[in-house]
Ligand binder design. Structure first.
Ligand code: URP
Ligand code: ZN
Ligand code: ZN
Length: 461
């Protein structure tokens, strides 16, 4: 059904104006004042509301076999939660184990999403080994329209690759024009420090930070940037949490390394004291890199405002507090890592970024949507509001007032890291290619309508 959104304040990364938007056949076909609705069109009055391009989460885990268990969301629950929260495109980390072949891994992850997702999706292809047969498989995956890779410099023995594999992956990425996203922590330092802490009887969630302090992450970013410099590959440091790691990326950028930086909503609004909460409550807040000292939050907010930090993601990795986090009750290294945030990213970024004056509305759109679209080969199909773009739109009500709770959330996990937090503003209408997929906090879309987004490599320069 055609859709007319009237009188909204349209905000993109580079414009801010009031107009109507007409959508037909999955795309935006007209933008202007006083547009008429043809018979049968749904008309949405957006007076007093903001209209944003659909938000993109460039780093999520939906299907994730990890640390001896599986993350809780499926594409059905995860895409519903994304849409309720204003996110219309997911970029998931495809993470085969070192025992699996890349192509089989890609097909497995695709089978989890295709026909099950209500929102559009694509993958960063995890390169978790690089042996004799990997190169041809990665070429095939890129040829199938998946033009970004993911590597882990941490998680020794699971997803982590060695330096020879890193070098070969980056060389191939450079040749193909594919960007490489990277989890940056020095895995030897993590392993040794964890061993020492456990040997000293320090076993609780609060010790997780001490096993991987800021310099461990900065060393990982430095390592990535050194390899990127010598191969010419374009790289993207995922979940950057602290000033030390950002400084290293900025210094590399200054000497010509093509490196982009992602931070997470968790690092912007939570700090390491949450993971130090007593009675194992801190396990809810264990993720890697860990939540940091609060001084880092201003650095990351300023980095977003000034363009040093490019994107805000979630690294959504939901594990139940009652049944999964306790796998590490006596050993923090066994607590499944992750803080579920897919549903709350946009609202928290608006509340703590825009409403506090830390981010302009346009920067908010840029870091939560447009930059990801540009970096990962989705722009201008996604990430903006323009004639010809997909009709992925968020009509946002700045006057909404509410409270976050696990009881009302859509994500399939038994806790909220933000339980009881106040929200000021939320999406009232969310569309995916012209279909209304969420209204006022409720999913109204169609499971299985989400499409795999084919992407050409764009990192040739
Ligand atoms: O703690 C995290 N980040 N969990 C998900 C896996 C990863 O490192 O991205
Ligand atoms: Zn990671
Ligand atoms: Zn991740």
């Amino acid at each position: 059904m055609p859709l007319l959104i009237k009188n909204g304040r349209i905000v993109t990364a580079d414009s801010d104006f009031t107009a109507d938007i007409f959508c037909e056949g999955e795309t935006i076909t007209r933008i202007g004042r006083g547009l008429d609705a043809p018979p049968g069109a749904e008309v949405i009055d957006a007076s007093g509301k903001l209209v944003f391009p659909g938000f993109i989460d460039p780093h999520v885990h939906i299907y994730l076999p990890f640390m001896g268990t599986f993350s809780k969301d499926t594409y059905e629950t995860g895409s519903k939660a994304a849409l309720v929260g204003g996110t219309t495109t997911l970029i998931e980390m495809c993470c085969p184990s070192r025992n699996d072949q890349a192509l089989a891994g890609f097909e497995l992850w695709m089978s989890q999403a295709a026909g099950k997702s209500a929102c559009d999706f694509t993958f960063h292809m995890g390169v978790t080994k690089f042996d004799g047969s990997t190169e041809s498989q990665l070429r095939e995956i890129v040829a199938r329209g998946n033009s970004s890779f993911k590597i882990f410099l941490a998680y020794k023995g699971a997803f982590g690759i060695d330096d020879t594999e890193l070098y070969r992956t980056l060389k191939l990425a450079r040749e193909l024009g594919v960007i490489v996203t990277a989890h940056c922590e020095n895995e030897t330092l993590v392993a040794e420090r964890s061993r020492e802490l456990l040997a000293a009887g320090i076993t609780g969630p609060g010790a997780h930070h001490e096993s991987r302090p800021p310099r461990v992450e900065a060393e990982g970013v430095h390592h990535l940037c050194t390899f990127a410099e010598l191969t010419g590959a374009h790289v993207y440091a995922v979940h950057t949490s602290c000033a030390e790691a950002l400084d290293v990326a900025v210094a590399a950028r200054q000497r010509g390394v093509k490196v982009w930086v992602e931070t997470l909503i968790q690092y912007l609004v939570l700090d390491k004291t949450y993971a130090e909460r007593p009675d194992f409550e801190g396990a809810k807040y264990v993720m890697s890199p860990p939540l940091r000292d609060a001084r880092n939050q201003a650095v990351m907010w300023n980095g977003l405002a000034s363009g040093l930090v490019n994107t805000v993601a979630t690294d959504h990795a939901p594990f139940d507090f009652k049944t999964q986090k306790p796998m590490g009750r006596d050993d923090f290294t066994k607590i499944p890592n992750g803080i579920p945030s897919l549903e709350e990213r946009v609202n928290l970024l608006y509340m703590h970024g825009v409403r506090t004056g830390r981010l302009s509305l346009q920067t908010f759109v840029d870091v939560a949507s447009t930059q990801a679209a540009k970096l990962f080969g989705l722009f201008p199909r996604k990430g903006t509001i323009a004639v010809g773009s997909d009709a992925d739109l968020v009509v946002f009500d700045p006057d909404y007032r509410g409270t976050i709770s696990a009881i009302t959330q859509t994500m399939a996990v038994d806790y909220s890291a933000f339980e009881g937090w106040k929200i000021e503003g939320r999406p009232s209408i969310v569309t995916v290619r012209g279909e209304v997929a969420a209204r006022d906090g409720k999913f109204t879309g169609t499971i299985g309508r989400g499409q795999f987004l084919k992407r050409e490599p764009t990192h040739h320069g």
